[in-house]
Write a protein that binds this ligand. Structure first.
Ligand code: R5P
Length: 313
């Protein structure tokens, strides 16, 4: 037992200092329970309020996607540079070292493969297993406008209810079928529905026009998906524009693991997201880290002068 006598005489109660309440800075998350906020702090850096999520969950409907054939070889070396890993429980248990200390966001919906109607998903993970795996959040696909729209939204609200019971945040992932246009009007609708129905944060796509209205009208943080592989400079431009227009980071997969130099790319993305590095500078950083020589900008070619045809006769 601690020595009671010593304790009573040596305590300083700082009676002159009012109790310090530290507000939780993440957008729209102030009223969440301590466990939720703690988990979100494993996703969003408490220093910058933003995140670089490395998304490697594509196999849940695509199988061994290019770049993810060997997660142990291609992805594990990238982990030190990810604030958060987004993956399935199968990959987590089989391949990710349990010493990984950052947040893990577990894919919690699934069912149809790429060969079938994708919006026909079910909940594919129990909250008990998410807790067993020490997940920082669970992610569920929401198909606003899709064939199974209501079912996918119901998947999300069931997970939100279970998550609230145990303090596990839910990431609503807005999935856009081929037939829908990814413009600001659609993205505002889809992200707002996720937030209104209880997602702690939302993943969506970037759009060139009006993305700031998508982040402004969503009361919780938005992260952008990387989408299909782009040239590295374009992907860095997109991440920069998204963060400048209010995104709280990226949940990026193919534009990192399908890059010609994934280790260099994830570090350049970090610089854009956390340090507000300009995309041009970040691209140079990528080239330097990748050992790619920076080419001098090509000089505009002078148009060859037309040589008049020799006169006949
Ligand atoms: C879909 O396969 C997953 O939700 C991905 O995590 C998401 O699309 C992000 O990955 P990417 O940046 O490759 O689009």
């Amino acid at each position: 037992m601690a020595d009671q006598e010593q304790n009573t005489t040596s305590r300083d109660y700082h009676l002159e200092i009012p109790f310090r309440n530290q507000p939780f800075g993440l957008k729209g998350c102030n009223a969440l329970d301590w466990g939720m906020q703690n988990r979100l702090s494993r996703i969003f850096s408490p220093q910058t309020g933003r995140t670089v999520m490395l998304a490697v969950d594509h196999g849940y409907f695509l199988g061994p996607t290019s770049g993810l054939e060997r997660i142990d070889v291609n992805i594990v070396p990238l982990l030190p540079f990810a604030d958060t890993l987004m993956c399935t429980r199968g990959v987590l248990r089989s391949t990710i070292p349990p010493t990984f200390g950052q947040g893990v966001v577990l894919r919690a919906s699934g069912g149809p493969s790429i060969l079938k109607e994708l919006s026909n998903e079910e909940v594919a993970l129990s909250m008990e297993d998410a807790l067993r795996l020490n997940a920082a959040a669970v992610a569920v696909q929401v198909f606003v406008g899709g064939e199974f729209e209501t079912k996918s939204i119901h998947n999300m609200t069931r997970l939100v209810d279970a998550g609230l019971r145990y303090g596990v945040p839910v990431l609503g992932v807005t999935a856009v079928g081929k037939e829908l246009v990814r413009d600001a009007q659609y993205l505002r609708l889809a992200t707002r529905i996720c937030a209104e129905l209880g997602a702690a944060y939302v993943k969506t796509y970037f759009c060139e026009e009006g993305f700031e209205t998508v982040t402004a009208s969503c009361p919780v943080p938005i992260v952008i998906a990387g989408g299909k592989k782009l040239p590295e400079e374009e992907a860095l431009n997109m991440a920069h524009a998204a963060v400048q227009q209010g995104a709280a980071g990226v949940d990026m997969g193919r534009n990192i693991f399908q890059s010609q130099a994934p280790l260099a790319m994830i570090q350049a993305v970090r610089a854009v997201v956390h340090d507000h590095m300009k995309p041009k500078q970040a691209f140079e950083m990528f080239q330097d880290l990748a050992g790619i020589s920076r080419k001098a900008p090509a000089k505009p070619r002078s148009t060859p002068k037309k040589v008049p045809a020799p006169r006949k006769g």
